[in-house]
Design a protein around this ligand. Structure first.
Ligand SMILES: *[C@@H]1O[C@H](CO)[C@@H](O)[C@H](O)[C@H]1NC(C)=O
Ligand SMILES: *[C@@H]1O[C@H](CO)[C@@H](O)[C@H](O)[C@H]1NC(C)=O
Ligand SMILES: *[C@@H]1O[C@H](CO)[C@@H](O)[C@H](O)[C@H]1NC(C)=O
Ligand SMILES: *[C@@H]1O[C@H](CO)[C@@H](O)[C@H](O)[C@H]1NC(C)=O
Length: 356
């Protein structure tokens, strides 16, 4: 704003006006203790829901924007505000806005904007020229749809987590790509946090480890997302955890059906050669159950799975945990961003309201 050095004063003044009218605040709950860190003007009206909105120009994609000599006010503010929102546990009773929901929203916004050049109605028409997009778009395709899903219409909702596959699982290849790039450690940490939020789905209190810091270049490791080994669910008995989603329930139901069918088929075969013991049926049933939750190479390996192999296999392939195979293995040459006609969105970068 002070760069009117070689410009006519009027244009400098206009720049200042534009900057002021764009008051760059981040979303925060009314009267939240974090408001001073999130609002543009710390003395602004912290009770007014309209004094805090997140637009794409409040988001920072690169490490250098958050820290170091060249860090920007946008990056530093994003960090301070969201570190506060993460642990404030604040709920505004009048509006039922929760700081943790705005923490989710702001970080999702960063993922959506930096990776795909979208933030609901806000679009980066030049996204195909972005180095992040060029490097990681293909690896991030699996979350292309879910990343933007109802992001402003329903910012508190976790429905995007299961909307198009399993966000936590599907974001892994994207995260690996970000981890390989220079200067995108913080964006990686942000994505990993969103994965973890999908896993935990906090309502008010987000259980985040004290010894980890999202907005620095040290990669974080969150328990929910560090399960790179496929043996994620070791116990075959489904404990009634509150976080069990529809996908999980369907999976367990399918496993149950497979188990029953397996046992039936097994006994049908048994009639032909009566010499084997009953216990094997049970053992095979348990194998089949475990396989439903395992993507490892061991699938189908156990001998004797003839009893229900086709059934179990076809059901496994429809299991909700798995990303669509076609998407992962054949990203296709067509770039979604390039295909989207610009004319579709005449408003271009025009920021819109967050609430409907
Ligand atoms: C601050 O915002 C609240 C909620 O919109 C409003 O009721 C109140 O009058 C505002 N206060 C001032 C000083 O503008
Ligand atoms: C800041 O920007 C200058 C000029 O682009 C660059 O030479 C310098 O290395 C940057 N510093 C950091 C810490 O990134
Ligand atoms: C889009 O990217 C190109 C190449 O990076 C750049 O020359 C151009 O100014 C950009 N356009 C806009 C509107 O930012
Ligand atoms: C999604 O994937 C994660 C990581 O693989 C897993 O822990 C979680 O249970 C899955 N969620 C659902 C609903 O399947």
């Amino acid at each position: 704003m002070v760069r009117s050095r070689s410009r006519p004063t009027t244009s400098g003044f206009l720049l200042l006006l534009v900057a002021l009218s764009r008051s760059s605040a981040l979303e925060v709950s009314p009267d939240s203790p974090c408001a001073p860190k999130c609002l543009d003007n710390p003395n602004g009206n912290v009770s007014d829901v309209d004094s805090s909105k997140t637009f794409n120009y409040n988001l920072a994609c690169h490490d250098w924007e958050y820290m170091g000599d060249n860090s920007t006010q946008v990056g530093q503010k994003f960090k301070d505000c969201n570190n506060c929102l993460k642990s404030s546990e604040y709920i505004d009773t009048a509006s039922d806005e929760r700081d943790v929901e705005w923490f989710l929203f702001n970080n999702r916004g960063t993922v959506d904007w930096c990776l795909f050049g979208r933030f609901d109605n806000e679009k980066d028409k030049n996204i195909t020229g972005s180095s992040i997009y060029k490097q990681c778009k293909n690896d991030c395709d699996a979350i292309y749809t879910s990343a933007d899903y109802t992001i402003k219409k329903d910012p508190a909702s976790y429905s995007f987590c299961d909307y198009d596959g399993n966000f936590t699982a599907d974001a892994d290849t994207c995260l690996s790509c970000l981890r390989k790039q220079d200067g995108l450690s913080i964006l990686g940490n942000i994505l990993e946090t969103v994965q973890d939020l999908c896993k935990q789905k906090p309502g008010r209190v987000y259980d985040f480890p004290d010894n980890q810091e999202i907005y620095t270049t040290t990669p974080i490791t969150l328990s929910a997302t560090s399960s790179t080994s496929p043996s994620a669910s070791p116990s075959p008995s489904p404990t009634p955890s509150s976080g069990l989603s529809t996908g999980g329930i369907v999976g367990i139901a399918l496993a149950g059906v497979a188990l029953v069918l397996g046992v039936i088929l097994y006994f049908l075969r048994k009639r032909k050669n009566k010499n084997k013991s009953k216990q094997m049926a049970v053992a095979q049933g348990e194998n089949g159950y475990g396989n439903l939750n395992t993507h490892g190479p061991g699938y189908g390996a156990p001998a004797g799975n003839y009893a229900y192999n086709p059934m179990a296999q076809s059901q496994k392939e429809r299991y909700a945990h798995q990303p669509p195979i076609a998407n992962v293995e054949q990203p296709g040459p067509a770039e979604l961003g390039a295909q989207r006609p610009v004319t579709e969105l005449p408003g271009g970068d025009v920021p819109g309201p967050i609430r409907h």
